[in-house]
Design a binder for this molecule. Sequence first.
Ligand code: ATM
Length: 263
Amino acid sequence: MNNLRESSLIPRSYVPAETSQNIRRSGLKPIVNLLSDVPPLEYSSKLKTPLGVVPGNIIPNFAVLEGGDGSGTTTQLSLLTERLKNTEKPVFFPTFEPTDGQIGALIRSALRKELPLNPETLAMLFACDRNEHLYGDDGIIVRVNRGELVVSDRYVCSSLVYQGIECGDELPMALNSRFGIPQVTIFLDVEPEIALARVNKRKTLDIYEYREFQEKVRDRYRAVLDNYSSMGARVETIDASKSIEEVSDQVWSIISSLPIFKL
Ligand code: ATM
């Protein structure tokens, strides 16, 4: 974390303003005040350079695939990885949330109904997992700053959508307010009926994989992403009921339009 703080490439708002140490030093400051001390997110689409100074809270060289269950985010990330496997530049790093770290493992056992957790606890775990994913050693911020292209299967919008349905807007928004926004968010949009027919071919279903919930997921994605783009984030929607190949071509045309490919 110290290395991250010292890096001039990282905007101040990417680094938590208060460590547990200076919280203690400053006396017992209530958590509510700590949150209100966080500067509001400044969204900006005016990205001038793919590396270096980052305007607003947009994370350069970082793209995200989002969508309901069965929308194909995981398949599309594998196809993108396949496309980029022989490309020397940029170095490509595919990744996903929940991660394969220990917090991610805890989350997955809750999703499989093996570990009963409050929805709020789960919301917090997703945020903890993301914090490590973003700011940890060899995390997303370190990688994009050294010029890698990072594409993640799910990120903040998943929490605003899924945990938003379970816990209301406030908690996921507060928990995710320090995480920067990707250079592009690709939303794979598909009717829940089609998506669940794909998911049902798998053996075990998780806590979110049923029709009513997935209807809400789709509606909420649209609202969250509308909001995101009205604040300057680049959002691209793909009709994911199309064939895997067609969707993959569209994903590629968006990813290959990123400034990192023009260096
Ligand atoms: P994958 O199916 O993409 O591995 O993700 C697992 C689940 O985690 C997915 N839902 N189902 N079913 C979405 C959910 N999820 C959240 O609820 N919040 C989050 O922040 C993330 C990253 C995923």
